[in-house]
Design a protein around this ligand. Structure first.
Ligand code: MTE
Ligand code: LUZ
Ligand code: MOS
Length: 749
């Protein structure tokens, strides 16, 4: 089935926040944000701004009726700065005016006097000064201290990975509309409607049942709207609450880039030990996460870095420690992969360094240490592995020997252009690492004309969730998909939702939908069984028709539904799903946190221009573990999109803050994302065929995030291409590998 949104997308008819018709009298908001990264507010001058045409009111922290607090995991983040500012871009005042332009013009007239305080932008410096968001955490397996003595080779090193701007096409925003009895409806471009609802209730000191959050779809989220859509929803609600008028705020791209957090940059240390056969016997890593000025989701991201610190390898002795370091940058947040990619880059760098020193191909070490079924992860879960299956299939299907030979031949024939090749295996755990978040609900109504309406906890953000939900209902009922409509995500219809994140939303919401549909189907079958005086088990619905004992009857779906209604049988169901078997004990750092893992292998080849340092990704050839894909078109799209986003992070996207904590790469003119010219010339994706059981919806594994990590292969392919030109180059593991860095290392002495 095609993505059900493709028709309206192509015609420009899909509804995003900016397409919602405005209620008469709607006002517009704009934020005055701190120009300084750290300081004490001495005075705030609003008079000039108040005099600007169209300005209705300016709100500050003192106008908050409830708590001035939007921190989710830790209550450490003010909605509007009260006495101190902690990062450039921190909201201080909210201007409300009769037009968007008037609000933005007035913001420019606000002045603030600040007593400067020391600014930290570097996570290692923050750790030195004991500026930690949470106490450090350590995952351990075996005993590294005794293992080092058994190693024949030991290597150490340091790595850096930079942040990444989400660059969802639709910027952050919200539209709050007052309702009767002081209730508020908020249209929000959020991955987490419940997060917006909960924070609004807290800030306005109102019960949650008075706050309705409604989301049709997002023009992309990528994690950036998991937590950080909340600010804008709450700010609009705050103004609507006081003014009793609808208030809208849709951020300008530069406001969005400046004020919101990004992927966490990490600085890390590693130590790796191998025996003579290149088995990795021991691995130690220390991760310094640049959390920014408040916790946001950093503790959860930190945890996933530890979960994925050995990627798809089995290492018997592991010790990994992670520090969440508080700096004066905007609080960093969820981004596709959620700390996993940062952990996986470090082990790949460690393997690359070992291979370089041992003068062998990293492929030898990678293959030798792939996880097998029955191996233990450092957090205690036992692997049900497809790592070898994916790797071997990729090597055979894409003829790795031939690819390697082509690279060698090319490099011997070309002096000023070199090729590099790298393999990148992946392993990603599916489930929120916080066990309680793994739950979802669905509300299914069958109407008397036979049409079906579905609401779930999941948010459509381009990933095709609604299509998959619709497929689930169509398959369970066995009716024409055109009878089914998936509705907006709304906290009045489905409550207490987890954000749409962790790649798990088709599993969680799909299974809740399945349960709801099965319950209704059971009741409908009972109605038919009564009519034909037979057992429920003899009744089936096949492609809209009722069958009894495998014989088609003259009852079509509508007739069945109408008869059930006449007999006063419920045609609605609200179902709950929580995946079984997952748990985690944070006091021991052991458990079984994931319902399953997703595996895969990518072979990446690149060509660099050794005069200019520019490069092309020639091909990425993937074997990916989709389980039994329920929608190959959507899943291939997710795989391609995630891969390109991963390549962007590893090669060209360069977030730059100056020492004062000011974002330099604050617009699309200074921040480069992959375009059509920089995507791989060829992407091949092969579905690993497996008949194994798993806990995914219809056995179709989660696909949203895992393929992003294939992008790491592009970094190491570039590394190898540089080495082909300049074998003595000592390339630091410092991503992204921009053309500038390639050029410098080509001619490094
Ligand atoms: N695909 C599109 N087109 N747009 C997005 O914003 N977000 C990604 C991924 N794919 C995203 C996307 C992220 S970060 C996640 S966690 C998953 O989709 C969430 O959706 P899922 O749980 O339905 O896979
Ligand atoms: N969000 C979250 C996530 O809150 N917990 C997670 O484990 C997670 N994993 C991936 C992406 N978002
Ligand atoms: Mo995705 S980082 O879980 O929103």
């Amino acid at each position: 089935m095609k993505n059900i949104d493709s028709y309206t997308h192509v015609r420009g008819e899909s509804v995003y926040l900016d397409d919602i018709p405005l209620v008469n009298g709607t006002l517009f908001a704009s934020v005055y944000d701190s120009p300084v990264a750290h300081g004490k507010i001495k005075s705030l001058h609003l008079d000039e701004a108040m005099k600007m045409p169209g300005v209705v009111r300016i709100f500050t922290a003192t106008d908050i009726p409830g708590e001035n607090q939007i921190g989710g995991i830790i209550a450490d983040e003010e909605l509007l700065a009260s006495t101190h500012v902690h990062f450039c871009g921190m909201p201080v005042a909210l201007v409300i005016a009769t037009s968007d332009e008037a609000a933005k013009a007035a913001v420019k007239k606000i002045k603030m006097e600040i007593e400067p305080l020391p600014i930290i932008t570097d996570p290692r410096e923050a750790k030195e000064k004991n500026e930690l968001i949470i106490p450090p955490r350590t995952f351990q397996l075996g005993d590294t201290t005794t293992a080092w003595s058994k190693c024949d080779h030991i290597f150490e090193g340091q790595t850096e990975t930079n942040g990444q701007e989400h660059l969802y096409i639709e910027t952050q925003g919200a539209y709050a509309v007052p309702q009767e009895n002081s209730a508020i409806r908020i249209y929000s471009s959020t991955q987490g409607p419940t997060q917006v609802q909960r924070s609004t209730a807290r800030v306005l000191n109102m019960p949650m049942n008075y706050i309705e959050v409604d989301t049709t779809r997002l023009g992309g989220g990528f994690g950036g709207k998991e937590d950080q859509a909340t600010t804008w929803g709450v700010l609009c609600a705050l103004a609507a609450y006081h003014l009793k008028k609808p208030v809208k705020y849709s951020l300008h791209r530069m406001e969005d880039m400046r004020m919101t957090g990004k992927r966490h940059p990490y600085s890390s240390d590693f130590k790796i030990g191998l025996d003579k056969e290149y088995n990795i016997l021991a691995y130690e890593a220390i991760f310094y996460q640049n959390a920014g000025a408040a916790a946001d989701l950093s503790p959860a991201v930190l945890e996933r870095t530890l979960f994925h610190c050995t990627n798809s390898y089995f290492i018997p002795n592991v010790k990994a420690t992670a520090y969440s370091c508080r700096t004066n940058l905007p609080p960093n947040t969820a981004f596709r992969g959620f700390g996993g990619p940062q952990g996986m880059f470090v082990i790949e760098a460690a393997i690359a360094k070992a291979a370089e020193k041992l003068n062998i191909s990293p492929i030898v070490i990678q293959q030798q240490n792939l996880l097998r079924t029955g191996d233990e992860f450092p957090y205690g879960q036992i692997a049900q592995s497809e790592a070898n299956e994916c790797w071997e299939k990729a090597v055979e299907l894409y003829d790795l020997n031939k690819l390697q030979q082509e690279v060698t031949d090319y490099n011997s024939k070309n002096k000023l252009s070199k090729r590099g090749l790298a393999l990148m295996p992946i392993c990603f755990g599916i489930s929120f690492t916080k066990t309680l978040m793994n739950q979802a609900r669905a509300l299914v109504h069958v109407y008397t004309d036979g049409s079906v309406g579905i609401s779930t906890a999941g948010v459509e953000m381009g990933q095709g969730l609604n299509t998959k939900i619709l497929q689930v209902a169509a398959a369970i009922f066995s009716i024409n998909p055109e009878r089914i409509k998936v509705n907006t995500t709304n906290t009045y219809r489905v409550a207490n939702t987890s954000p749409t994140a962790a790649s798990a939303s088709s599993d969680l919401n799909g299974k809740a939908t399945e349960i709801a549909c099965l319950a209704i189907l059971q009741r409908l079958k009972e109605v038919a069984a009564e009519e034909w005086k037979t057992e429920v088990g003899s009744v089936k619905i096949k492609e809209d028709w009722v069958f009894v004992n495998d014989k088609q009857t003259d009852w079509i779906w509508n007739k069945l539904v109408q008869t059930a209604f006449v007999k006063r049988v419920s045609l609605s169901e609200h179902a709950h799903y929580a995946p079984p078997g997952i748990w985690f004990d944070a006091t021991k750092e052991k458990g079984h946190p994931f319902t399953y893992h997703v595996y895969g292998t990518a072979i990446t080849t690149v060509t660099i221009d050794c005069l200019r340092g520019i490069y092309e990704v020639d091909s990425v050839k993937i074997v990916h573990d989709f389980g039994k894909s329920m929608n190959p078109i959507i899943d291939i799209g997710q795989c391609e999109g995630a891969l390109v986003q991963g390549i962007g992070w590893m090669t060209m996207e360069e977030i730059l803050y100056d020492k004062e904590g000011k974002l330099k790469s604050n617009a699309l003119s200074t921040y480069k994302v992959p375009d059509i010219y920089s995507v791989p010339k060829e992407i091949s994706i092969h579905f690993l065929e497996t008949e194994k059981d798993n806990l995914a919806i219809f056995r179709s594994k989660a696909v949203g995030e895992p393929p992003l990590m294939y992008g790491i292969g592009a970094y190491f392919a570039l590394h190898n291409a540089v080495k082909a030109f300049n074998p003595s180059a000592i390339i630091s593991f410092d991503a992204p590998m921009t053309p500038e860095k390639v050029l410098m290392s080509l001619y490094q002495q």
